[in-house]
Design a binder for this molecule. Structure first.
Ligand SMILES: [Fe+2]
Length: 266
């Protein structure tokens, strides 16, 4: 497995390099995905170790992190967008890339290959598809957590509104920063918001905050708290009636979940 991992890493490095271009605008997007791939690979390993996986399973987590966004590169070169709704699902596309271009998948055992594919396919879906296979579920949850933790890193500079850094008591004034009333209500009730109803920047911010409810392992949530991502989003939510209640509920949830221990038997 050690050797196989090395081959997979060097294949992925070469694969990503094919997308390097002189077009600085395109390069910005590509670079973000290259760096994201590196971090998610590392986080997946770290989380697997924290969950006390045996070495082979830590390595499988690493493979999942490494390839989870392989579809992003073909997606961007074909469609010039990272928006799945405007192009195609990048996880499904990634599985196609692995089938067509990655020569080492067949060196995994059939069970391991199925596991890797399941986790990648489900890393970006609204929910993990139903399965009665415990290992599939455990790994899919791990990859989703690793991905989200790093997406918060990628997003955090954008969460601070322009001008907020200079003015400490910044209050967003334009309506696009406000959260739609139905989202405020769902948030207060701790209900999952419906993505299709996203209208404003405020809605988008709130949905990102509500990912917190979708984090599977306490370890991941503790990292999010330590890195200040949750406070950062809350800090720049608009002052709006009804949001307080949702924030209180969320903070209570975070506190309880962070205090819990991750116990996963594989
Ligand atoms: Fe992804």
């Amino acid at each position: 497995m050690e050797e196989l991992l090395k081959k997979m890493h060097s294949w992925m490095d070469d694969y990503m390099k094919q997308f390097v271009t002189d077009d600085e605008e395109v390069m910005q997007g590509i670079r973000i995905k290259m760096v994201h791939t590196g971090y998610v690979t590392e986080i997946a390993r770290e989380l697997a170790r924290h969950l006390k996986f045996r070495e082979h399973d830590v390595q499988l987590a690493e493979v999942m992190g490494l390839f989870h966004d392989v579809g992003r590169f073909r997606q961007y070169s074909l469609y010039k967008t990272f928006n799945d709704a405007q192009s195609e699902d990048h996880a499904d596309l990634g599985l196609k890339v692995l089938t067509e271009e990655m020569p080492y998948m067949a060196e995994l055992s059939p069970e391991d290959e199925t596991l890797v594919r399941f986790a990648i396919r489900n890393h970006n879906k609204k929910e993990i598809e139903p399965t009665d296979d415990w290992r599939k579920l455990v790994f899919a949850r791990l990859l989703r957590d690793a991905d989200k933790l790093d997406i918060y890193r990628v997003l955090s500079p954008y969460l601070v509104p322009e001008g907020a850094q200079k003015a400490p008591n910044f209050v967003p004034s334009d309506a696009s920063q406000l959260v739609s009333p139905d989202f405020v209500r769902d948030f207060a009730e701790g209900k999952q918001a419906d993505y299709h109803r996203l209208r404003t920047h405020g809605d988008r911010k709130l949905v990102r905050l509500m990912w917190v409810y979708d984090i599977n392992y306490s370890w991941t949530l503790r990292k999010m708290v330590e890195r200040g991502y949750i406070d950062l989003i809350i800090k720049y939510l608009p002052e709006q009636e009804g949001l307080e209640e949702g924030i209180r509920r969320l903070r209570k949830y975070v506190k309880e979940k962070c205090a819990a221990e991750d116990r996963v038997e594989l």
